[in-house]
Design a protein around this ligand. Structure first.
Ligand code: UDP
Length: 349
């Protein structure tokens, strides 16, 4: 693909869910995304904008070659492992890929003309940290990750901050809350395998394509006893990355910003929203709590507005669920259970 005079942005993990939506947003904003992904969980079909380079995030030499070959000036770093539950049983893998991968990326961009890094961090860096269930989380809240996944994200933030101070890189770590929904075009969407996230599992159950949903605990200290999360539309998340790329930061500056809608929704509220969208109840049963789940994670997103001039625009729960349903009814690519159910259509409303 011809990049013309567009600035090239390296997007590690750009064949994954949030990465692909961000590559599309970059393209629409006049950038040339260079997606670097090993396709261990991403999809080649999701790389539709810019160029694709197949590589492992721990391969420093391949990263350096990519930065030089494409004259990369900025990097958005998504590549990493994300399943909280798996991190509890295989912390070694998470430290290797997430922390080791970030070390190799930082080494590859040093002295090669890259002056801006945007990092995929997570609300998992906070854990519950002594907060009440209805309190929103500002960036300065105590960091008490409840899983090795959260530990690795926090460790990467520290490392990136130190690199910024050391040689003048500027960086923004975006702490995502619960990414959900899909691009309304139907071209890209969520396709984790195995799927562990609430909204796709609730949709699959309602469509009769997956098992009944297990609601993980109804005895939390929250209004209806189920966990509260802050669901953010993946297109809003993507827009936050482009804003972070453009933010006016001094050399050496490291910033963190929460990317959430600022609204807590319970598991049962999500179940009700999915039932409304599909036009059928969501078969569900009450299950045990899941290890590593804090009772509530709801962003105070005011600093993202101040720093990035960004705010959520498509993150009403019904909008998120409608977009997720359009994708789940007919995913453009998938494996596992989604692929098996590809022909299942949403019920008419
Ligand atoms: N959840 C649930 N049943 C499921 C999957 C998730 O009750 O099959 C709950 C989970 O305990 C959490 C919320 O839904 O409170 C969102 O979970 P998800 O895995 O989507 O995102 P996370 O908050 O772990 O990043």
């Amino acid at each position: 693909m011809n990049r013309g005079s567009k600035p090239a942005v390296l997007v590690t993990g750009g064949a994954g869910y949030i990465g692909a939506h961000t590559a599309k947003a970059l393209h629409e904003q006049g950038y040339f995304p260079v997606v670097y992904d090993d396709l261990s969980s991403g999809f080649r079909e999701a790389v539709r904008w810019g160029e694709f380079v197949h590589g492992d995030i721990r391969d420093g030499r391949a990263l350096a070659e990519t930065v030089e070959a494409h004259r990369i000036k900025a990097v958005i770093h998504f590549a990493g492992l994300i399943e909280v539950g798996r991190s509890v049983v295989r912390p070694d893998l998470f430290w290797d890929v997430n922390v080791g991968g970030t070390i190799s990326l930082l080494a590859a961009i040093r002295d090669r003309g890259v002056d801006r890094l945007v990092f995929s961090s997570s609300a998992a860096v906070y854990g519950q940290g002594g907060r009440g269930p209805l309190e929103t989380i500002p960036e300065a809240a105590p960091k008490a990750p409840a899983s090795p996944y959260g530990d690795t994200k926090l460790a990467c933030e520290w490392m990136i901050a130190a690199e910024c101070r050391a040689y003048g890189l500027s960086a923004v770590a975006l702490r995502y809350f619960n990414a959900a929904g899909a691009d309304p075009s139907g071209a890209i969407g969520e396709a984790h395998e195995p799927e562990t996230h609430l909204i796709p599992l609730a949709i699959a159950a309602a469509l009769g394509r997956g098992p009944a949903l297990s609601v993980f605990g109804t005895d939390y200290d929250t209004p209806d006893g189920t966990c509260l999360r802050d669901y953010i539309h993946v297109n809003d998340l993507a827009a936050a990355h482009v804003a972070a790329l453009k933010a006016d930061l001094a050399a050496g500056c490291f910033e963190t910003a929460n990317v959430g809608a600022g609204q807590g929704r319970s598991v049962l509220e999500v179940v009700a929203a999915v039932a409304r969208a599909v036009g059928r109840p969501v078969p569900h049963a009450i299950g045990a709590r899941r290890a590593g789940d804090p009772p509530s994670l709801v962003a105070d997103p005011s600093y993202a507005r101040e720093l990035l001039g960004w705010a959520a625009e498509r993150s009403e729960l019904d909008q998120i669920v409608a977009d997720a349903l359009r994708w789940e009814a007919q995913p453009a690519y998938s494996t596992g259970a989604r692929a098996a159910g590809r022909t299942v259509q949403a019920a008419p409303r």
